[in-house]
Design a protein around this ligand. Structure first.
Ligand SMILES: C[S@@+](CC[C@H](N)C(=O)[O-])C[C@H]1O[C@@H](n2cnc3c(N)ncnc32)[C@H](O)[C@@H]1O
Ligand SMILES: [Zn+2]
Length: 192
């Protein structure tokens, strides 16, 4: 059994996984501030973000208004599938390919935004992020951890955790192009 650190700690057998698991994860539990600012049900919120081409990678998500620190910006939506289904569907595809739209919400639920999902699936990783992903009751929300000025690209730390050892070679195979001064050079996070 191998223990992996994600939003919640979970155990996976190496056998059930292909050699890689590429799922974004939220390491932090929801902050009180962020939870307090959740969007009220039934009230259509004006979009605060837009999807555009990104200097970091492909498409990204950008603020179309100033976003205050602590604001709950958007939910990461997609099909809700099991870890076993994610392994089955994407295990081979992810071999030698660092692109993923899977988010490991809990030890049971993976949010798969590959085929359909909201704009949050386009948010890129940064080693100096302005957002964080918080899990609440199996749902994942993107919250601002500092003020985000109009036009800035949104980002959070993907904290990608793979089943195998994070060797220098594996890190190179998942390069980070965030451009931050403290860029760690890889999308892979720390194994705990
Ligand atoms: C959920 S997608 C984000 C949207 C992506 N830019 C696109 O156009 O498909 C996640 C993938 O984008 C790429 N990506 C995101 N942030 C990156 C970064 N800082 N450096 C390099 N590639 C990145 C990786 O391939 C990652 O698996
Ligand atoms: Zn980086």
């Amino acid at each position: 059994m191998t223990q992996k650190k994600t939003g919640s700690t979970r155990k996976k057998s190496k056998k059930s996984f292909k050699n890689k698991e590429l799922q974004l994860s939220s390491r932090n539990k929801p902050g009180k501030k962020a939870a307090a600012k959740s969007v009220k049900a039934g009230k259509p919120a004006k979009p605060r973000v837009a999807v555009r081409r990104s200097p970091i990678h492909g498409r990204g998500v950008f603020a179309v208004t100033d976003i205050p620190k602590g604001a709950r910006i958007i939910e990461y939506t997609g099909d809700r599938i099991s870890h076993a289904a994610a392994d089955r569907l994407y295990g081979e595809l992810h071999d030698g390919n660092s692109h993923t739209m899977l988010f490991a919400a809990t030890d049971k639920i993976v949010i798969d935004a590959t085929k359909r999902g909201g704009p949050a699936r386009w948010i890129n990783h940064s080693c100096a992020p302005n957002c964080e992903a918080n899990e609440e009751d199996g749902r994942v929300f993107i919250d601002a951890i500092r003020r985000i000025p109009l036009g800035a690209e949104l980002s959070y730390d993907y904290n990608l955790v793979l089943e195998e050892r994070h060797t220098p070679k594996l890190k190179r195979e998942h390069p980070c192009h965030c451009g931050a001064r403290n860029c760690r050079g890889t999308l892979l996070g720390k194994k705990r």
